[in-house]
Design a protein around this ligand. Structure first.
Ligand code: 0X9
Ligand code: ZN
Length: 699
């Protein structure tokens, strides 16, 4: 994770004295004079969040947070002066990274135009040289299915969007027009969030790669012989269409001509995140959604990545429609999430990737910290399959060079795609946050993200997706039901259960079918019958007593000065270094923790800058052995003394014990008539034999 370069911390009093617009004008000094007068330019800022409390405070403000975050910052899109005011009022400080996103998009458009003009064909599988519009996506899927009908088939998801659009996808694999024959499914998606254009581009390029290389490259041919791949590049077409249409309109030349200053003052829907649900339970009328762009355009709408049923309504999802992470009126209230729910409930999706931008991350479940108490009164814990999902995440991250993390390591979320899909089906699920630093960078970066660049040249997300597809077909990582049944019989696997939301539950049904081939032998690749949620799961608690603790009693530090104290971690394998600072006066000391590198330089590893009168605490997880410096800084304090304590802790693993074993119901059917029905229990990595002799006898 690239750590933010800290600039001077802005003193609160100075900010209070300045009017907001003046602050905005200073911060956005690079914008051309004409573009940034009365209008507040939509901007990308880096908010200082040195403690988890700061992160939670920021999250409570309902601002438009990005996934770009580190131990002491989160990047946020500011859409209006009111939002800047909310940050001030909360006492948070920030630096401006992109002072005018509209102007920035116009610049990116210019770069893109130049790239397209000088490039006849990019090295991408499709050869594209610029971002697709919604129409381009649909045309490309149609083209692939027409080009190779034997292995690519267009699919249309069951629900139209709120604006009445169809959501299209592509099914890819050998005999893709034949009835399903029990092969596992890999699902890859893009554009849950409207402004995250590369997430659709990479999804579509993977489809091109598979379809054009089937029969040419053994690895791809073999994978498509053993699986079906479902590609849904644009899961939120209403939102995406608004973002991309407005985005492509922003033109820098028009600034010079003086024509569209107001347009640049407001980027319209370019940074729209959510769908077109402007009012709970209602569909927008024609054009209403496009015109609803509030300053900067994130405005109303449901965050489709908070609307899934799993843990719906819990931490990291908002209940207010104007909030960027609005969860919607009910779990699965939106057509966009209903579509994906039904897709996943009617196929055996053993692995899925949902693409987003940005921050170069491979994220895995769960969305909340393991020690968070969940709806069942027990800690949410680590996913039952943590070890395997972490290992697969690492193998993918070795291809694209991203960081391999738990989703919750950046901030909490509930109701995301894989919060539901993993916990309901047991199929592995990942969020990819593509790209280093922005929602839709210059197109050449999209090319690099797909094919890999620098150290990762020739690998990139292309290879990461292939690794995921290999996992989807690897039967060690899912389950197999095998046996003999009459040729032509339909086998049906069903399971109904309650999926926990945060405060209640919804009923979920998984129902998948396959047709038995001419030989009568079948091998059905499925997810395990018992859901991870009801299996045992691990979490960790801090030991009651520290392994070692050292206390320093300090004396007065002159204002703006600091005092350093040294501390040593003698062995590896310690789980936590906990540093606390206390002092008697009601004013402000700050704390920073550094690691001393071999060359003697200091690397900041934790810090705590609470506000006046709050005591400081900094945590270093899994501290490396070596020398540490605890720096006590007098920010604004007259204290004659302070007490500083460094403690090393181990954590103790605890288990929420296995509670349940769940089964599928397997039926063997002839022309819709059930000839035999049996329960099937199958674990991950297991092959079980299903005895369907009665079905054969009665056929
Ligand atoms: O917040 C989201 O929905 C995703 N990030 S994005 O910037 N693309 O909007 C991340 C979802 C999972 N991540 C976390 N739990 N942090
Ligand atoms: Zn996203």
């Amino acid at each position: 994770m690239p750590m933010k370069s800290r600039s001077v911390r802005v003193a609160l009093t100075a900010l209070a004295a300045a009017s907001l617009l003046t602050v905005a004008a200073i911060d956005t000094g690079q914008a051309p004079a004409r573009a940034a007068t009365a209008d507040f330019p939509v901007q990308l800022v880096t908010v200082d969040t040195s403690t988890r409390a700061d992160k939670e405070l920021l999250q409570s403000l309902g601002l438009d947070m990005t996934e770009h975050a580190g131990h002491d910052y989160i990047e946020v899109v500011l859409h209006s002066p009111a939002e800047a005011a909310a940050l001030h009022a909360a006492g948070l400080t920030w630096d401006v990274r992109i002072p005018n996103l509209a102007l920035h998009t116009a610049k990116v458009n210019e770069i893109n135009e130049r790239y397209a003009a000088r490039t006849e064909r990019s090295p991408l599988p499709s050869g594209r040289t610029g971002y697709r519009t919604l129409a381009d996506y649909n045309a490309d899927m149609h083209k692939l299915a027409t080009m190779r009908p034997g292995i690519a088939r267009e699919i249309t998801l069951p629900h139209r969007t709120l604006e009445g659009k169809l959501v299209h996808g592509l099914a890819i694999g050998r005999d893709v027009r034949e009835p399903r024959d029990g092969r596992p499914v890999f699902l890859i998606m893009g554009l849950h969030h409207a402004r995250e254009w590369p997430s659709g581009e990479l999804t579509m390029e993977f489809a091109y790669d598979l379809v054009t290389n089937y029969g040419k490259r053994d690895r791809i041919t073999n994978l498509l012989n053993r699986s079906r791949v479902i590609v849904v590049p644009v899961t939120n077409p209403d939102g995406f269409q608004k973002s991309v249409n407005d985005g492509m309109l922003l033109d820098l030349r028009e600034v010079d001509d003086g024509g569209t200053v107001s347009l640049l003052g407001s980027p319209g829907n370019v940074y729209k995140r959510k769908n077109c649900r402007l009012l709970d339970g209602q569909r927008p009328v024609a054009n209403e959604c496009a015109l609803a762009a509030s300053p900067g355009g994130f405005g109303l709408g449901v965050d489709t990545n908070r609307n899934y049923g799993g843990l719906w309504g819990g931490p990291g999802a908002a209940s207010e429609p104007a909030d960027p992470t609005y969860r919607g009126a009910a779990p699965f209230s939106e057509p966009e999430t209903q579509n994906i729910r039904e897709l996943v409930s009617h196929r055996q999706v053993t692995t899925l990737i949902t693409n987003h931008t940005y921050s170069n991350l491979v994220l895995r479940p769960n969305g909340v910290k393991p020690d968070t108490i969940g709806p069942d009164g027990e800690p949410i814990g680590q996913p039952h399959d943590e070890a395997a999902m972490k290992a697969l995440g690492a193998r993918m991250a070795a291809q694209n060079g991203y960081q391999n993390l738990h989703s919750w390591e950046l901030y909490d979320t509930t109701g995301t795609t894989e919060d539901w899909s993993y916990n309901a089906t047991g199929g592995y699920g990942y969020t990819f946050e593509i790209g280093e630093s922005e929602f839709h960078p210059p197109y050449p970066e999209v090319v690099d993200e797909y094919l890999g660049a620098g150290k990762y040249a020739g690998r990139g997300n292309r290879e990461a997706y292939l690794v995921a597809l290999e996992n989807a077909v690897n039967q060690e990582q899912h389950s197999v039901i095998a046996g003999k049944a009459p040729a032509g019989a339909t086998l049906r696997l069903t399971k109904s259960f309650a999926t926990s939301t945060w405060n209640s539950s919804i009923s979920d049904t998984i129902e998948t079918t396959m047709r038995v081939g001419d030989s009568g032998g079948f091998r059905w690749h499925v997810n395990p019958s018992t859901r991870p949620m009801v299996m045992d799961r691990q979490y960790e608690v801090l030991a009651d007593e520290p392994i070692r603790s050292k206390t320093y009693n300090g004396t007065f530090i002159a204002p703006t000065q600091h005092t350093d104290h040294t501390f040593t971690v003698k062995r590896s394998g310690v789980d936590l270094l906990d540093v606390t600072l206390d002092w008697p006066t009601p004013d402000d000391l700050d704390l920073k923790v550094f690691y001393r590198e071999q060359d003697g330089s200091l690397t900041e590893v934790a810090s705590s800058e609470q506000f006046v009168n709050e005591k400081e605490r900094a945590l270093v997880e899994a501290p490396k052995p070596g020398g540490y410096v605890f720096r006590v800084i007098n920010y604004a304090s007259a204290s004659p003394s302070y007490t500083l304590t460094g403690s090393l802790y181990d954590t103790e693993p605890k288990t929420v014990p296995r509670q349940l074993i769940e089964n599928y119901t397997l039926t063997c059917e002839k022309n819709g008539k059930i000839l035999q029905q049996i329960p099937v229990v199958v674990d991950r990595g297991q092959v079980v034999k299903a005895d369907l002799s009665r079905c054969r006898a009665r056929w």
